[in-house]
Design a protein around this ligand. Structure first.
Ligand code: VGL
Ligand code: ZN
Length: 208
């Protein structure tokens, strides 16, 4: 059984959003082709879903500006611009994404005192979203991961998939993903490959 995990394809991470990823919207048509390919038994999407005073926001810290390193609950934390606040347009999945084909949406980042890049668990590896148990329950043997942003939520989701679901083949779909910085993307791809995640194109994903 094969599943596709679409990570954070939200307005907030596309041009015009509050934490825009360069060309972020370009993943949408690719994701739609994957969805419509008929190759997947299950399609899951994650949604960054923060309270307005989330501790990862620079605005929650009097002396911090966005993209500066700070701390959250005593641990190093990148300070982000306010983004994907619950109930705002910024937090909505991209309007052109084939949302009706998505079987499950996992919301994350709700707890203001810890960030949650991965769709599987928070950055402290403490609270689980239930996604790993759900995918195991559905007898998923193969998981393809893509979306936004490659160097944060996509990478952490793919690595957690590998770690939390031993035996599941995990692949990263490069052209269905975009990242925040070029260096970050290169390092993320290296790390994923090194840890056993196959780096593939959407063509490959749809051909086998
Ligand atoms: C993300 C930074 C903060 C992501 C989410 O979806 O990659 N990055 N929150
Ligand atoms: Zn976030």
């Amino acid at each position: 059984m094969k599943a596709l995990l679409l990570v954070d394809i939200q307005n907030g991470f596309c041009p015009g959003g509050n934490l825009p990823v360069l060309e972020g919207h370009e993943v949408v048509p690719v994701a739609n082709r994957l969805i419509e390919s008929g190759k997947y038994d299950l399609i899951v999407a994650s949604q960054d879903w923060h309270p307005e005073d989330h501790g990862s926001f620079a605005s929650s810290h009097p002396d911090k500006v966005p993209f500066e390193l700070g701390t959250l609950s005593g641990k190093p934390q990148m300070m982000w611009p306010d983004h994907c606040v619950q109930g705002t347009e910024d937090a909505e999945l991209h309007p052109h994404l084939k949302i009706e084909a998505i079987d499950l949406i996992i919301q994350k980042g709700l707890n203001r005192s810890v960030d949650s890049y991965s769709a599987f668990r928070d950055n402290d590896r403490d609270a689980h979203t239930g996604l790993a148990a759900y995918l195991k329950d559905q007898d998923i043997t193969d998981l393809d991961v893509c979306g936004l942003a490659t160097d944060y939520c996509v990478k952490f989701s793919a690595l957690d998939a590998l770690e939390m679901m031993p035996g599941v083949q995990v692949r990263f779909i490069e052209d269905a993903s975009r990242g925040i910085t070029p260096d970050g993307v290169a390092a993320a791809i290296d790390e994923m490959r090194q840890k056993g995640i196959a780096i593939i194109t959407s063509e490959q994903a749809m051909s086998d």
